[in-house]
Design a protein around this ligand. Structure first.
Ligand SMILES: NC(=O)c1ccc[n+]([C@@H]2O[C@H](COP(=O)([O-])OP(=O)(O)OC[C@H]3O[C@@H](n4cnc5c(N)ncnc54)[C@H](O)[C@@H]3O)[C@@H](O)[C@H]2O)c1
Length: 247
């Protein structure tokens, strides 16, 4: 589905991002994964190369909150693979602190990565995609972007902002044939969820109509669809992948 496409995936070292990287590679893309530390980037690359030594994948660790660093990394991907067709803005951190204990610096940190880094990525790739005749940006939102959550206000606020950027940039960049969509996962079995006791995962799953948490692969499939030409007339959409948890 992504033959001859070049993709950048931020937060690609583990969890949902890693599943997206592997799925894109399985579907013929060349992929640059960005992670927070070179050590975890190298570990992810080793894991992928052990699976298939021929996969065209590289990894970098730019500070995503620093525009100049993101621009330089995107330029390096262009030099390596010749173009950029797909950007997945996936790196993100969450928060659970009640407002009464919320450190204002922590609010800024979450906005810097979950919101400003998404802007930085879009800002850096859009001119390249425009010059190439088009592209696809897929952002990672969350089910909390629809209804909020009872603590940790910075996290839902950041994901509401991601939805706002997704819908606004879809309108702005549509004339340049750049599609901008988001995937809004529900509770997904990443390392954090996998480490929870079984009975806690069962409690989390009980109110979800599909009665289970999502698998990273199920979320990655939505990214594959939105990034591919199968979604050529879809832009400005927030696609929920949450077992109807929030519907
Ligand atoms: N796991 C879930 O249940 C769930 C649900 C809804 C939305 N999400 C969203 O999915 C995305 C990925 O989440 P996950 O659960 O796979 O997370 P994870 O913690 O397993 O992975 C996070 C990724 O982000 C990267 N990252 C973290 N801080 C960074 C920084 N400062 N600079 C650059 N990269 C950084 C890490 O390297 C890692 O690759 C996030 O945007 C998250 O908000 C996750």
């Amino acid at each position: 589905m992504l033959q001859n496409k070049v993709a950048i995936v931020t937060g690609g070292t583990r969890g949902i991002g890693f599943a997206v990287v592997r799925t894109f590679l399985q579907n013929g893309a060349k992929v640059a994964l960005f992670g927070s530390r070179q050590e975890t980037v190298d570990k992810a690359l080793a894991q992928l190369r052990a699976e298939n030594a021929d996969w065209p994948v590289v990894g970098m660790s730019p500070d995503l909150t620093d525009y100049a660093a993101v621009e330089a990394a995107v330029k390096a991907v262009c030099e390596k693979f010749g173009r950029v067709d797909i950007l997945v803005n996936n790196a993100g951190i969450s928060a659970r602190e009640p407002l009464y204990a919320y450190d204002p610096a922590a609010f800024s940190n979450i906005m810097d990565l979950n919101v400003k880094a998404v802007f930085n990525g879009c800002r850096a790739v859009a001119p390249i995609m425009k010059a190439q005749g088009g592209g696809a940006i897929v952002n990672t939102s969350s089910m909390v972007s629809l209804y909020g959550q009872p603590a940790g206000v910075g996290y839902p606020a950041s994901k509401f902002a991601v939805n706002g950027m997704t819908k606004s940039l879809a309108r702005e960049l549509g004339p340049d044939n750049i599609r901008v969509n988001a995937v809004a996962p529900g509770v997904t079995r990443t390392d954090m969820v996998a480490a929870l006791p079984k009975d806690m995962v069962e409690r989390i799953s009980a109110p979800i109509p599909l009665r289970r948490v999502g698998e990273p692969q199920e979320v990655a499939n939505a990214f594959l669809f939105l990034a591919s030409d199968m979604a050529s007339y879809i832009t400005g959409t927030i696609l929920s992948v949450d077992g109807a948890a929030m519907n």
